[in-house]
Design a protein around this ligand. Structure first.
Ligand code: UD1
Ligand code: MG
Length: 460
């Protein structure tokens, strides 16, 4: 028999009204990634046979964000039990194709902090002999008030789950809460959910009711106690910020454990997909947007902002650098303060240390980009490219009016406005020539003094 597999159902049809947002709740981001993608990424290492995401009507943007996961639409949302039911048709092909699917993991799209190893533990608990039909995630949060409570039987099995608003005072005193997610015997899942009624305070079909239903059929139900801080659900922007803080803390620890030095970790913000090599040093106050990849031995100095940038070994970036999408820094490049780089490759050893805008460009190895160099890449209609050959020297305050190229080894004089291609090894001076008028300065000062005197007399 092949290895037993599982399928995942991610519930995300809830409206998320408390976010006060035009966007579906599960698309709000944590570490630069929609929260529902974190859920998908947490299941992925466990190799689910299928992942079905349950959405509300009109949530096409969510469907796109979770692709290639299949989606099902629940309309109207009538509770978590009803949501699982609506995944039936989408799940059927996977079950038909893979008879070895033994469990279904029900997850929530708004609970993004779960780790793969925690989900693996939940699955293992379901399969542990004697096998349980349902395993609920238990947790002991600091404030249990809003959560469902897990009522245990005398033998320690799970007897039933009662929602806070349906609970008696004795039940509300229970500290063991329902984390919401569950692992369920795939062979029994839909039979169990079909039996759920809505005789409760919210007139909803509660997934949690399957515990009582299973027990009534003589099946076992258990609790797997999981870390409460991984089961945090996000309903408001305040909770979103709290979850972000937890997630950032994890990313910082992971970065340090993998060999990066964070001088002041709490001031560095990572994206979930940030990649760092060994012996990268990150000074205080640095922001990583999504898609940043950094090789070994790179120094990122304070107040640097990066997104979709690739940085090779030995580079030094910042302080106060801005690397925008498409910035590629090859080995040993130096990018200094107030330099903005976009869709530009700086080849090995390029130095651009001060006050520049380098956009839509390719800059040859070893070139020196003087302070204040600007690639004028936009004419109001189109973006144009600038190419600079290897070993070129661009003097300070040069405007390179694209499309334009500077040949290898050329020197462009400071203050030039370059509008035509510069040949290799040329010295190019593209500025108004300097005019010197000998001894004229004292005469000008004398004339100004006389004018002032005239004005003073007139007004007195
Ligand atoms: C649920 C549990 C509760 C548990 C808590 C943990 C039930 C009945 N209750 O309550 O015991 O303590 O989670 O956070 O399961 N959803 C749908 N369709 C629906 C309703 C909900 O897809 O019709 C989705 C939501 O988008 C959300 C998830 O299911 O991702 C959970 O729904 P939510 O309304 O937050 O459940 P809680 O009331 O928090
Ligand atoms: Mg909730």
């Amino acid at each position: 028999m092949s290895n037993p597999r599982f399928a995942a159902i991610v519930l995300a049809a809830g409206e998320g009204t408390r976010m006060n947002s035009a966007r579906p709740k599960v698309l709000h981001e944590l570490a630069g990634r929609p929260m529902i993608r974190h859920v998908i990424e947490a299941v992925r290492p466990l190799d689910p046979a299928a992942t079905i995401v349950v959405l509300g009507p009109g949530m096409d943007a969510v469907a796109q964000a979770v692709a290639p996961a299949a989606t099902a639409v629940q309309h109207p949302p009538r509770g978590t039990g009803d949501a699982v039911k609506s995944a039936r048709a989408a799940l059927a092909p996977a079950v038909a194709a893979e008879a070895s699917i033994r469990d279904v993991l029900v997850l929530f799209g708004d609970t993004p902090l779960l780790r793969p190893e925690t989900l693996a533990h939940l699955l293992a608990e379901r399969r542990r002999a004697p096998e349980a039909a349902v395993v609920a995630a238990g947790m002991r949060p600091a404030d249990p008030s809003p959560y469902g409570r897990l009522v245990l039987a005398a033998d320690g099995d799970l007897d039933r789950i009662v929602e806070a608003r349906d609970a008696s005072p004795e039940e509300r005193a229970i500290g063991l809460c329902n984390g919401g997610i569950m692992a369920i015997d795939a062979a029994r899942l839909f039979d169990l959910v079909d039996r759920i009624g809505n005789d409760n305070a919210k007139r909803e079909y509660y997934l949690t009711d399957i515990v009582e239903i299973a027990r009534a059929q003589g099946l076992r139900c258990r609790v797997a106690e999981l870390p409460a801080d991984e089961l945090i659900g996000i309903n408001t922007r305040v909770e979103l910020a709290a979850a972000e803080a937890i997630f950032q803390d994890r990313l910082r620890r992971a970065a340090m454990e993998a060999g990066a030095t964070l001088v002041s970790p709490e001031t560095v913000f990572f994206s979930a997909d940030t990649r760092l090599g060994r012996d990268v040093v990150i000074e205080p106050y640095v922001f990583f947007g999504s898609g940043v990849s950094i090789a070994n031995d790179v120094l990122i100095r304070s107040f640097t902002h990066m997104e979709r940038a690739t940085i090779s070994a030995g580079a030094i970036v910042g302080p106060f650098a801005r690397l925008r999408p498409g910035a590629v820094l090859d080995e040993n490049v130096h990018v200094g303060n107030f330099v903005e780089v976009k869709e530009t490759r700086l080849r090995a050893g390029v130095k651009a240390n001060h006050l520049s805008y380098l956009g839509d460009s390719d800059i040859g190895a070893g070139s020196n980009i003087g302070a204040g160099t600007i690639t004028c890449n936009y004419d109001g209609f189109n973006k144009w490219r600038t190419t600079i050959g290897a070993g070129a020297f661009i003097g300070s305050n040069t405007a390179l009016v694209a499309p334009v190229s500077v040949g290898a080894g050329a020197i462009v004089a400071a203050g030039s406005t370059v509008t035509a291609d510069v040949p290799p090894d040329a010295l190019t001076i593209a500025r108004a020539p300097q005019v010197d008028k000998p001894d004229r300065a004292p005469a000008i000062r004398e004339r100004l003094r006389a004018l002032k005197e005239q004005l003073r007399r007139k007004s007195s």
